[in-house]
Structure formats: structure tokens, C-alpha cells
Design a protein around this ligand. Structure first.
Ligand code: NAG
Ligand code: NAG
Ligand code: NAG
Ligand code: NAG
Ligand code: NAG
Ligand code: NAG
Ligand code: NAG
Length: 826
């Protein structure tokens, strides 16, 4: 089909009454992905459906569309969909079909990365743990057991999409699919079998005949017809392995993820825009933001080890779905300019001029006209270049885009989008935290646990994955018979536990002995504690807790979790050290916690007895807390402030909102001391904030988890905490700042509420950042504040043309690039 008259979207209209779907042909050449024969510039963004709620999807997708995206990319999460072999879950926020249809409803395309290995900082990289326990299996290599299971699941997903007519070839939104994921940088560890496996993956994918192209990311030897694509911070120097494959970027990291013990990573809007603009300058035509919305690792979905419940990622839409400004707006503007050049970028003859010092101009020439990029990859020096008789200033580490090669329409370092500072407001529905009435119960760990009565036994320490990941918690229990003439018997005996994942609580003879946990980056701990033993049998009960299973690395699936051992008793007599290894003892195992078996987190009326209201304990290990609360009024996102708590899980009306661990503070140093300098190569250790504070204090409680009236909050506390400070807050834009250059339009919005006031306005060379603007060396001759107040106060959105006509003359010198800076309160 070659018809330029047709709408470029494959689907025209979709409603309850009418479903007008039109199949379209998705293909590619060396230049771009083509849709119905037309080369396209495609801007895509990752949103993972299980990391938000169905209620959030429409607004997230609308904001993505409004932000200038053409496509939404998602992984498919095998372990979420097939928690037990051949038992499937596609309910609630796992309803993949509904998610893809929601994408279509917003007029967006979809990119389906089936994997089924996904990495994604998702528990075990998306593999079900039962898979690990299949006899004879080896992951991600030419192993029949693995390949059969992978094919079984992949087929299920492909068939499901096909049945619902979701591929573009059937009139659906899916224009691209992906098989495997980032295997290229792992393949050498698998030898020849790795190569055989990737060829098999390609053949299998191709055999599905889905009618849209398949991608393989980070796979330099991807067999045809797979398109190999780039993932990274920057992908401008990437070249596909086939002249017929377009230059595609499947993961452009908009920020980074966070770990327990880690500070908050940030990537500036200027640098993300720079990386994208450079990619297009150097011939790219498809790029995807990883993530566009990161969201939340609800329940036990976070990968690891040690990845936080928040998966905010500093993405253009924040964890809660708010616009992360200025990033969202700055990229929106970039998308608009790139889309306006679609024809030029996908057809133009490309030539370039090297000005030295990392400054280059790239010209895309077509019969109808030319488009230009001026790139300056020098991290410290602004450049002035002379091009076709005019002079242009290109700031350090920036790209200017001139769609007509004459007028600069966009520069990645000049942010015109507003900056929003979010505030947390206390819950107006209740005078909290004082009004929260707590009840509590101990987790029952006497009785069977201290008698070592488990559900199964083994004469060895097992890998915690053997329990199919049904719980974070596994009791390892054994008994050791000692008498006073035992060689290790002494006044100074200790228990040693070599553990890998990730937290340990040790009990001896019914008494708590101590705890230990790994630190981020070093995922094993060596617990050693002096212990008082008695003659006769001694009961040792070790509770191991995982904090997200490994999701990345060569053979990551084999990394041990739980207590690999050894577990030893050590006796000391003078300088002599005598060891008794308990690792080969008979160990009895018990999965999970009693309170979880009894569903203490639920709202059902059974099990509501036995909660104690007297003497609310603090700093008490292994304790369940419960309270009821009224949902905060309004529709702003809600967070649970868990400051004062140790580590555990939180449930709202039975919904597991994820692991909490506010007592784990981010490292003390390495954070920013001033503003982040966007110039120079980014990596995830640049521009950190929140050092020395809890890695995660606030936890997202989606509105759909709450009822209007009474809601139940249950906490399981492992280390000991104080719930009296726990409270709910709502999140909203508190301050909105605009900072726009002359000839641009300054737009301000409080995102959902009217602008309450304007505190500062200056047209000249104002200094400082949002919240601390000051006038610079020059300013407008008349006070511009009243103009802004008149235009903005009481409005949901105001736009002001930044020009002397609108704001009056200034006393600025000719060399000053004038800007309007405004600070508004919401
Ligand atoms: C997947 O495996 C089940 C048996 O476990 C089988 O019934 C089904 O047909 C398989 N699906 C495919 C597509 O092979
Ligand atoms: C950046 O510019 C400076 C000054 O012009 C020059 O000395 C330096 O070599 C340049 N760096 C790069 C990486 O081009
Ligand atoms: C682009 O290059 C082709 C082949 O060299 C040439 O025929 C064509 O005229 C060029 N077009 C423009 C606009 O420069
Ligand atoms: C027990 O042994 C450890 C390790 O040698 C030593 O650090 C500790 O001081 C000893 N304690 C006593 C009470 O002797
Ligand atoms: C302790 O466990 C780690 C795995 O977490 C293992 O690499 C190490 O060899 C073990 N130490 C000893 C002494 O066995
Ligand atoms: C090679 C590499 O670091 N890949 C990472 C890309 O980013 C995604 C998302 O954060 C990770 O899942 C990959 O491990
Ligand atoms: C202590 C108690 O009442 N436990 C019960 C809680 O509810 C579950 C089922 O929901 C029962 O199995 C427990 O016996």
C-alpha cells in the first residue's frame, strides 16, 4: 500500500459502538521504520503496566500523547502472568490486552517487548522462579527445557495479541515487537550455545508471522530479519549491523533507578534532550525513553537485590503520574520540532561540517528545503559558528535545531518549559498522625518455630529459590546437641552465618540473638554473634528475608539467595578456634510468616480479634500494626509517610503497596552541593540528592486502593519501628516557575488547580533557580509583576509571549539574551 493521502495512524477510530480498524503495513528500510510505506520519525516511551493501576493508565497515556510521543513501549512480565506453571493471571493491572487497547484509545502505537527476559529491575528479571526449579533447565541458552517454556509463554502472548487483533497488520496499535533483551553483552558467557540460542530466538520470533518487525536490543549480531537496536545513555554513535536496518534506540535512560541505601539519581532535562537531539542529528529515527513513567514496584515485584519500591526513575512523568517539569515540557517541545522535520530527517541527504573542538553541523537536504542541527559536545566551551553567512552561538553540551537551517527553533540547553516544585500536604480528612488509632499483634514465632517444626526438611542449607518465591521469608531451623565435653564447648562460643540474600534474624533457644543484612553492592553478609548455649539440644532458628531477586548479569538466575552457608558454631579457648559446621545438619524449613498465612493484612472480619490496643509497642521486632484512616480529600496522589518505621511490608485494604525500609539511609556523601551541571557525560552517579536521608520515606498509595470512608492500613514491622509518626499526605504542585527566552511563549500551570499568586517576575537576565530567583544586571523599565498577576492569577493555564511588545523595553545590553522568569504559587 502506498498512499500518502491516508491518515498516518493505522487506526482511525475506536469506540463502544463502532470499531473502525484499518490494517497497516509496518516495515523498514535503512533509514526508518515505515508505516504504510511512509518513513517515520517515531518517539516512544516506556510505561510498564504493572507499575501503575488501571485507573492511572488513561491519564498516563494521555500525558504521554500530549508530551508528543507516538508510541508506548512495554515489557511483558512473565512471572507476574504465570505465577505457577500454566496458571495465569491477566487481572487488574496485569490485563495486558486492556493496556494495549488503552494505548490504542489514546491514538498511540505500541511496542511490545516480550522478552520474556526483561531485566527491568523487576524481580528475577521477569522469570518465574518455578522455572529455575525445573530439572535440567539452563536459562537463556540452547537448553531444550528452557526453550520449550520460553516458546510456550511467548506463543501465549503472541496468540493473545493476535486474537484481539492488536498487531498493526490486523488494525491494532502494535508496530514493533522484541524478542530476548540485552543478550549481546552476556552472550560470551554462554559460548557457542549462546549463539545457537539467539539464532533460535530469531527463528521462533520470525515464525510467528505477526506482520510487524522484530527487534533485538543490544545484540550486535542479531540475525536478519531482526533489527538490532541500541540501549544506553547516548546512542548517537551506534550503527546497526545491516544497511537495511534503521538506527533505533530502544532504551534511552531518562534517569536511573534507586536502591536501598542509595541516594536519588537525577538526570537533567537539558542532558536528556541533548542525547535525543544528538541521536537524531546523527541519523536516528526511532527512539524510546526508558522510562517515560517509571511508577511503583508494588508488592514483591521489585528486582534486585535491594531495589526500592519506588521506580520513579526521574522520568518525564513522576512515580504518581504528575508531570515532572521541566523535563516533560522540554522534551515535548523537542518532539514537536523533530516531528515537524519528519520528511527532512527521513529523506534528506545528510552532510556534515566539523568545526573542531567537538562542534559539528549536520545538514539534511531535500528538494523542498533543508534542516540543520548544530551540535556542541564540548562540555565546557560555548561555540560560535558561522554558517551560510550568519553567526550562531551553540552553548557547551547542547544541540540547536534549525528546521529551515536559518532560525534556531530549539536548543537543548535553553529550557522554556516551566519548573514545578511539588509539595506534600497533610491529610485534611484527618488531623493526623495523632488521630490514627493503632492496634498491634506480635508475629507468632514461639511454638513450632522454636521447636524447629517446619513444613519440610533437608540435610543441607537450601537456596531460597527452592520455595518458588512464594514469600520473602523462609525459616531455616536446626537442632544441635552439645555437652560440656564437646570440643567447641567454652565460655566464648558464637554463631556464624554466611548468608547471601539478604536479611537475617537469628534466634537461639527461643531467644532473639541478632540480625544482619547485606549492603547495596555487596550482597552477602557474615553474621557473627556470641551465643549462650546449654548442654543438651539447642534450637537454632534463622529467618532469612529476600529483598528482590537478582535481575541482571551473566547467569544471574543462579545467584544464590537465602543462606548458602556455612552456618557454624565456633568455640574459642584462648587463641584456639574450634569450628562445628552445621551446614550438613538436618534443617527444617518453614515458608513465610504466620501473620501472612492468617491474612492479618486483609480487611476480612475474621482474624480481627486478637489485636491489642493497649501499650502500643515501639522498637519491637516482628510486629503487626493496624489502623484505619479516611482517604485524603480531592484527587491528588496520596503517599504514606513511613518515617520512624524500620523494614517490612505495608498493605492498604489488603493491597500490598510494597516493601518499606525507611530506616535504611542513603550514603552520606556523593550528593550534589549546588545545582546539577548538565554539561559533560552523564552517568548514574552524577547529580545525586538525598544523601544521609532514608532512601525511601514516602510510599505511593494509588487512589484506587482506597475507599472514601474507612480504609485499613496494616504494617508488618521486621526490625522495630514507631508507628506514631506514620501519616498520609497528598502531593501537588506547590510552586510553578517559568523561565523563557525572548521570542518564546512562557506557559505556567498548577496542573489541576488555579494559579493562586505570582511572587516574582523579571524580564532581563534574572538569576537563580525556581524558589530563589533574583533580578540580574538588567530588567524591564516597567514592573512586569502586575502584568503576570493579571494574566495568570485564578487561571489554570496562562501563556505570555516573551517580547518587548508585551513586557516593555528593558535596560539590557545588546549582548544579553533576555529571559522572563516568573515564580507562581499554586
Ligand atoms: C504449553 O504447554 C501446555 C502444557 O503444559 C500445552 O498444553 C500447550 O499446548 C503449550 N502451548 C504451546 C503454544 O506450545
Ligand atoms: C573543548 O573546547 C576547548 C576550548 O576550545 C578545547 O581546548 C578542548 O579540546 C575541547 N574539548 C573537546 C573534547 O573537544
Ligand atoms: C541527494 O543525493 C542524491 C544522490 O547523490 C542526488 O541525486 C540528489 O539530487 C540529492 N538531493 C539533494 C536535495 O541534495
Ligand atoms: C570471644 O572471642 C572473640 C573473638 O576472638 C573476642 O573478640 C571476644 O572478646 C571474646 N569474648 C570473651 C568474653 O572472651
Ligand atoms: C559465603 O557465601 C557467599 C555467597 O553469598 C560465597 O560466595 C562464599 O564463598 C561463602 N563463604 C564461605 C566461607 O563459604
Ligand atoms: C546494559 C544495561 O545497563 N542495561 C540496563 C538498561 O537499563 C535497564 C533499565 O534500567 C536495565 O534493566 C538494564 O539492565
Ligand atoms: C488466629 C486466627 O484467627 N487465624 C485465622 C485467620 O484466618 C485464616 C483464614 O482466613 C484462618 O485460617 C486462621 O486460622
Amino acid at each position: 500500500m502506498k498512499s500518502s493521502q491516508k491518515l498516518s495512524l493505522c487506526f482511525l477510530f475506536f469506540s463502544f459502538f463502532l470499531q473502525l480498524l484499518r490494517a497497516c503495513e509496518v516495515s523498514h528500510d535503512g533509514r526508518a521504520i515505515t508505516i504504510d510505506g511512509k518513513r517515520r520519525v517515531l518517539l516512544s516511551g516506556s510505561i510498564h503496566y504493572p507499575r501503575s493501576t488501571t485507573g492511572m493508565w488513561p491519564s498516563l497515556l494521555r500525558k504521554a500523547k500530549e508530551g508528543g510521543l507516538d508510541a508506548i513501549e512495554t515489557y511483558v512480565f512473565w512471572n507476574a502472568h504465570e505465577p505457577s506453571r500454566r496458571q495465569y493471571n491477566f487481572d487488574g493491572n496485569l490485563d495486558l490486552v486492556r493496556f494495549i487497547k488503552s494505548i490504542q484509545d489514546e491514538g498511540l502505537y505500541a511496542v511490545l517487548r516480550i522478552g520474556p527476559y526483561v531485566c527491568a529491575e523487576w524481580n528475577y528479571g521477569g522469570f518465574p522462579v518455578w522455572l529455575h526449579n525445573m530439572p535440567g533447565i539452563e536459562f537463556r541458552t540452547a537448553n531444550t527445557v528452557f526453550m520449550n517454556e520460553m516458546q510456550n509463554f511467548t506463543t501465549l502472548i503472541v496468540d493473545m495479541m493476535r486474537k484481539e487483533k492488536l498487531f498493526a497488520s490486523q488494525g491494532g496499535p502494535i508496530i514493533l515487537a522484541q524478542i530476548e533483551n540485552e543478550y549481546g553483552n552476556m552472550m560470551s558467557h554462554y559460548g557457542d550455545a549462546g549463539k545457537a540460542y539467539i539464532d533460535w530466538c530469531a527463528k521462533m520470533a520470525d515464525s510467528f508471522k505477526i506482520g510487524v518487525p522484530w527487534l533485538m536490543c543490544q545484540q550486535n549480531d542479531a540475525p536478519q530479519p531482526m533489527i538490532n537496536t541500541c540501549n544506553g545513555w547516548y546512542c548517537d554513535s551506534f550503527t546497526p549491523n545491516n544497511p537495511n536496518s534503521p538506527k533505533m534506540w530502544t532504551e534511552n535512560w531518562t534517569g536511573w533507578f534507586k536502591s536501598w541505601g542509595g541516594p536519588d539519581p537525577h538526570r537533567t532535562a537539558e542532558d536528556v534532550a541533548f542525547s535525543v537531539a544528538r541521536f537524531f542529528q546523527y541519523g536516528g529515527t526511532f527512539q524510546n525513553y526508558y522510562m517515560y513513567h517509571g511508577g511503583t514496584n508494588f508488592g514483591r515485584t521489585s528486582g534486585g537485590p535491594y531495589l526500592t519500591t519506588s521506580y520513579d526513575y526521574d522520568a518525564p512523568l513522576d512515580e504518581y503520574g504528575n508531570l515532572n517539569q521541566p523535563k516533560w515540557g522540554h522534551l515535548k517541545e523537542l518532539h514537536r520540532v523533530l516531528k515537524s522535520m519528519e520528511k527532512t530527517l527521513t529523506h534528506g541527504n545528510i552532510s556534515s561540517i566539523d568545526f573542531g573542538n567537538s562542534v559539528t553541523a549536520t545538514i539534511y537536504a531535500t528538494e523542498e528545503g533543508s534542516g540543520c542541527f548544530f551540535g556542541n559536545a564540548n562540555s565546557s566551551t560555548d561555540a560560535t559558528i558561522s554558517f551560510q553567512g550568519s553567526e550562531y552561538v551553540v552553548p557547551a553540551w547542547s544541540v540547536s535545531i534549525l528546521p529551515d537551517c536559518k532560525n534556531e527553533e530549539y536548543n537543548t540547553a535553553k529550557v522554556n518549559a516551566q519548573t514545578s516544585l511539588m509539595v506534600k500536604r497533610s491529610n485534611e480528612a484527618e488531623e493526623e498522625p495523632a488521630s490514627l488509632k493503632w492496634v498491634w499483634r506480635p508475629e507468632i514465632i514461639d511454638g513450632p518455630i522454636h521447636e524447629g517444626k517446619g513444613k519440610f526438611a533437608a540435610s543441607q542449607l537450601i537456596d531460597q529459590k527452592q520455595i518458588n518465591d512464594e514469600s520473602d521469608y523462609l525459616w531455616y531451623m536446626t537442632s544441635v546437641n552439645l555437652n560440656e565435653d564437646d570440643p567447641i564447648w567454652s565460655d566464648n562460643m558464637s554463631l556464624l552465618v554466611n548468608g547471601s540474600g539478604h536479611v537475617l534474624h537469628a534466634y537461639v533457644n527461643g531467644e532473639y540473638l541478632g540480625s544482619d543484612w547485606a549492603t547495596y553492592g555487596i550482597f552477602n553478609y557474615k553474621f557473627e554473634q556470641q551465643v549462650k548455649l546449654k548442654p543438651g539440644p539447642n534450637q537454632i532458628s534463622l529467618l532469612s528475608a529476600t529483598v528482590g531477586l537478582q535481575n541482571y548479569g551473566p547467569m544471574f538466575d543462579l545467584v544464590q539467595s537465602g543462606i548458602p552457608g556455612p552456618v557454624e558454631l565456633v568455640g574459642r579457648k584462648g587463641d584456639e578456634r574450634i569450628v562445628k559446621d552445621l551446614s550438613g545438619h538436618k534443617w527444617s524449613y518453614r515458608v513465610g510468616l504466620r501473620g501472612m498465612e492468617d491474612k492479618l493484612y486483609g480487611t476480612q472480619s475474621d482474624n480481627q480479634t486478637n489485636w491489642l490496643s493497649e501499650e502500643l509497642p515501639t522498637k519491637r521486632r516482628m510486629t503487626w500494626y493496624k489502623t484505619t484512616f479516611k482517604a485524603p480529600l480531592g484527587s491528588d496522589p496520596v503517599v504514606l509517610d513511613l518515617l520512624g518505621m524500620g523494614k517490612g511490608f505495608a498493605w492498604v485494604n489488603g493491597n500490598n503497596i510494597g516493601r518499606y525500609w525507611p530506616s535504611y539511609l542513603a550514603k552520606e556523601d556523593g550528593c550534589l552541593t549546588g545545582p546539577c551541571d548538565y554539561r559533560g557525560s552523564y552517568d548514574n552517579n552524577k547529580c545525586l540528592t538525598n544523601c544521609g536521608k532514608p532512601s525511601q520515606r514516602y510510599y505511593h498509595v494509588p487512589r484506587s486502593f482506597m475507599e472514601k470512608d474507612v480504609n485499613t492500613l496494616v504494617l508488618f514491622e521486621e526490625f522495630g519501628g514507631n508507628p506514631s509518626q506514620v501519616n498520609f499526605k497528598t502531593l501537588a504542585v506547590g510552586t510553578a516557575c517559568g523561565n523563557a527566552y525572548e521570542k518564546k511563549t512562557l506557559e505556567l500551570s498548577c496542573q489541576g488547580r488555579p494559579i493562586a499568586g505570582v511572587l516574582f517576575a523579571s524580564f532581563g537576565d534574572p538569576q537563580g533557580t525556581c524558589g530563589s530567583f533574583t533580578k540580574g544586571t538588567c530588567d524591564a523599565e516597567q514592573d512586569v509583576l502586575p502584568i503576570l498577576q493579571k494574566e495568570c492569577v485564578g487561571k489554570d493555564l496562562c501563556s505570555i509571549q516573551v517580547s518587548e511588545e508585551k513586557l516593555g523595553k528593558t535596560n539590557c545590553g545588546v549582548n544579553i539574551v533576555k529571559r522572563l522568569a516568573v515564580e507562581a504559587v499554586c
